[in-house]
Write a protein that binds this ligand. Structure first.
Ligand code: 3AM
Length: 175
C-alpha cells in the first residue's frame, strides 16, 4: 500500500507577542519593498527543511526532536535583508548566535545520520516576511527580542488559499 507523506520542516515558533512584532516589521517592509506578505500565522524561523517525508517515520522524527537537546534561547532580530535569488525579504539576527547555529547543526547532523533528507543549503537564520520581493540593502530595524522556547515540527500544506503550516509536534523548553 502507498504510505502517506507530507512536506515537513523543523523550526522555531514565535510566541504571540513576538509574532505581533514580526507582523509589524513585515508590514513596514511591505510598504517599502512590496511583494506578498507572509501571513502572521506562518511566521517562523526554519532550522531544517526535510521536504516530502513518509509519515511512517513521524514517531522517529518526534523522538529525534525531543532528544536534540533544545534549550530556550534569546534571539535578537535587528536587520532586514533579502535573498535575491529566492526573492524573499526577511528579518535577521543582529549577530551570529552560537547556540542557534549549534542547534541547527545538531538537528541537521542527526537527521542526515538517520537518512532523512535535509536541504543542502547551509543554515542561514532568518524569518521570512515577504515573498516575491527584494530589498536593495540591509537595513536596521527596531530590535525584536524573541525568547525562543518552542521548537516545532511543521507540515506545509498547499491549499487554494495559499500555504498553511500545521504543527505536528512541539517541544517546549522552560529554563
Ligand atoms: O523559512 P522560509 O519561510 O524562508 O522556502 C521555504 C521556507 O523557508 C523553505 O522551507 C521553509 C518552509 O517551507 N524551503 C522550501 N523548499 C525548500 C528546499 N527545497 C526550502 N528550503 C530548502 N530547500
Amino acid at each position: 500500500p502507498m504510505t502517506a507523506s507530507a512536506r515537513l520542516f523543523i523550526g522555531l515558533t514565535p510566541p504571540p507577542a513576538v509574532r505581533q512584532q514580526l507582523a509589524m516589521a513585515r508590514d513596514q517592509a511591505h510598504v517599502q519593498f512590496g511583494g506578498k506578505p507572509v501571513p502572521a500565522d506562518n511566521l517562523h524561523l526554519t532550522l531544517a527543511f526535510l521536504g516530502q517525508t513518509s509519515l511512517s517515520r513521524l514517531d522517529e522524527l518526534t523522538r529525534l526532536i525531543d532528544q536534540c537537546g533544545f534549550m530556550a534561547m534569546t534571539l535578537q532580530l535587528a536587520a532586514i535583508g533579502s535573498f535575491s535569488s529566492a526573492k524573499v525579504v526577511w528579518a535577521g539576527l543582529a549577530e551570529r548566535h552560537i547556540a542557534l547555529d549549534a542547534l541547527a547543526g545538531r538537528l541537521r547532523r542527526v537527521l542526515q545520520q538517520q537518512d532523512f533528507s535535509v536541504d543542502a543549503q547551509g543554515f542561514n537564520a532568518h524569518v521570512t516576511l515577504l515573498r516575491k520581493a527584494v530589498c536593495p540593502a540591509h537595513t536596521i530595524t527596531p530590535t525584536i527580542i524573541w525568547r525562543a522556547s518552542q521548537l516545532s515540527l511543521y507540515e506545509s500544506r498547499s491549499t487554494p488559499a495559499g500555504v498553511e503550516y500545521h504543527i505536528l509536534h512541539r517541544l517546549l523548553s522552560h529554563q
